[in-house]
Design a protein around this ligand. Sequence first.
Ligand code: IVH
Length: 666
Amino acid sequence: MAVPAEIAARARQLREQLELHNIRYYVLDRPLISDAEYDRLFRELQELESRYPSLLTPDSPTQRVGAAPLEAFRQVSHRVPMLSLNNAFSDEEAAAFDRRVREGLETAEPVEYAVEPKFDGLAVSLSYREGRFVTGATRGDGATGEDVTLNLRTVRAIPLRLTRPVSLEARGEVLMLKADFEALNRRQRDKGEKEFANPRNAAAGSLRQLDSRITAQRRLAFFAYGMAEPIPEAGRRHSEQLDYLAGLGLPVAPERRVVRGVAGLLDYYRSIGARRDELPYQVDGVVYKVNELALQERLGYVARAPRFAVAYKFAPEEAVTRVAAIEVQVGRTGALTPVARLEPVFVGGVTVTNATLHNEDEVRRKDVRVGDTVVVRRAGDVIPEVVRVLAERRSQDAVAFAMPKACPVCGSAVVRGKDEAVSRCGAGLYCPAQRKQAILHFVSRRAMDIDGIGEKLVDQLVDQGMVANPADLYRLTVPVLARLERMGEKSAANAVAAIEASKHTTLDRFIYALGIRNVGEATAKDLARYFGDLGSLMAADADSLEQVPEVGPVVARCVADFFAQPHNREVIDSLLAQGIAWPPVVPERPIGALAGKNFVLTGTLPHLSREQAKALIESRGGKVVASVSGKTAYVVAGADPGGKYDKARERGVIILDEAGLLKLVE
Ligand code: IVH
C-alpha cells in the first residue's frame, strides 16, 4: 500500500520527537512532557506503523518491545578488549595510585583527573554505525562477550539513533535504578515469584534473558563511561569524550567531575560517599582516570588493567552473626580453605551462610573460634569474609580451630610450603576432591563446554571410580551412564552427545580446560596465539614462556611445572588419542632481531615519542615492560630519567640513549 506523503512525514516527526524526549528524560534529566503524553505519541506512531507496515524502521522507538526468544547468545569478540580496573581500598592506596601516575609521567605537578561514580551494574559495549545502533555485547571475559543486541534495543536509555551519523563504540554500564528495583521486586512478590537479591543481580538477570520481551518489561538504565577508541574530534581529554557522547544522546553520569591532584581525588570520594544513599542508582565506589588522553597512552596498561585509572571502592557492608562450625574445603589445586558456617544473616543485599577464613594464619590472626560472635562483610560479588570476632561476647566453650594434618577428603598428608600461607593436600589428582574440581573445570562452559555434566554426576563418577581424569569422560557410554542415580536413558544420551561434540574445540579452550594454576581464559588465549600448537607450548621452558606478551614470571613457572609432570602429559596424550582436535592456529610470535629482549623506557627522548620508541622496539620483536628486573636487556633513557635509570645502573643493565636504540634497531 502506498503511504501518503503526509503520513510518512508525521511518522518521521513522531520518531524524532520520541527520540528527543528520551534524551530529555535519560540524558538531560529534564523531561519536557509527562509520561502520559509520551505514551500518547508512542501509540500514535504504533498505529501508523501497523496501518502502513512499510513505515516501520528498525530504529523506530516502537521497536523496543523485544523479539522471539533466542536459542543461545551469539559470541562476539571485542575489537578492542574490555579491560578491568585495579582497586584502591583506602586513602593511602588512592594516594599511591596518584604517586605511581606522577612517577610514570615523571612529573611532580598535580595531575588532572576525570572522576566518576563507579556504577554497580554490568559492562556493555554499544556499536553505532553512522549513528544507528547495530550491536551490543556484554563484557564476558573481556576478549569475547555475548551478543545481547535484542535486549539492549529494549532499553530506552540507549538511543537507537544518535543525534548525528557518527560511527563509534560506546562503553558503559547497564543498571537498574533503585526505585525500579523495588517496584520489580514488589511485582515479583505479588506474582509469587522469586525476588532479586539486589539491583545488580536484577539488571544482570534482565539483560541476560534469551527472551528479550522479558527484558522489555524490566526498566533498565544505562550510563556511558568511555569509548573503545577515543574520537579525535571529540577532544584531547576523557572528560571531553564524555561530553561528546552526551551530545550524541548517550547518558553519562551527571556526577562526573574534573579535579586536580590527590586532594581533589579524595574530596570527590567523600562527596560521592556522603550522597551515596540519595543517588538513584547503586554505586560501589568512584573511578579516577588521568584526563589527558595522551598521558593515558603514555602510562599504558599492566596485565589487563590501565595504569592511568583506578577504582576507589567504598567500604563494604557488615553484619553480626554466630559461627556454627569451621569446615575445611579442598579446592581444584588442593588448597585447603577454612570456611565458617554461619547462622544466616542478611548483608550486602543477600543472605549469607558461609564466609571464607582464607587460611590457617588468618584464622589464628583473627582468632576465630566455633561459637564466636563475628562481624561478616560482603563486598560486591566477592565471597563473604569474617572481619573480626567480638571477643567480649565469647563464651567459655568456644572451640579453637586447627588445620587438619590429613586431607579431610582423601586422608593424604597436608603440606604447607615454607613461605606459603596456604596448606595443600599434596595428593593432586589422586585426591577425589581435586579430581572432581578438575573435571568440573574441564567441562565448564568456558572450557570444553560439556553440557549436562554437573556436580552431582561428577560426584558419582569419581566416587564409583568410573572417571579419574578428564580423558576418562570420553570413554563413557550411554548404558553405563544410564545406570547412575538420577540419570535416565535420555539424559545419559544427551551427556554422551555433549561429550562427543566437545571433541571439536579450540586450542585456547583446551589449554584453559587443563586447569593450570594461574592460567585463566585470557592467558590461555595469549599462550595459544603465541605458540600456535600444543607441542611447542608443552616444550617451552619458563624463560621462553616469559617472552609471551602479558605472561610474567609467576605464570611462566606454573605452566612449565604443569607440563613437566609426567601424569599431566599422560592425560593430555590420552585426550588427544580420544580425538580431541582444534582448527590450526597461526602463531603470532614477535619476530625480529630483538625477539626475546625486554626493554624499559625512562625519561624524554630527543626525537622519538614514547609510543614511537615502543612501536620501533616491538616492530623488531622486542617487548617493552614497565619495570627493571633481572630479565631486562636494555633500559632506554632520555632526559630527566626516573628511578628506573638508577635501578638499571645498580643492576648493571645496558643503558642506551636514543641514538643507541636506533643503532641497535638497524
Ligand atoms: S572505566 C579500562 N568507569 O568497573 C577500564 N568503569 O572494575 C574502563 N565500571 O569493567 C572502565 N563504573 O564495568 C569505568 N565510571 C566507570 C565505571 C566503570 C563502573 C565498571 C566497568 C569495568 C569495571 C572494572
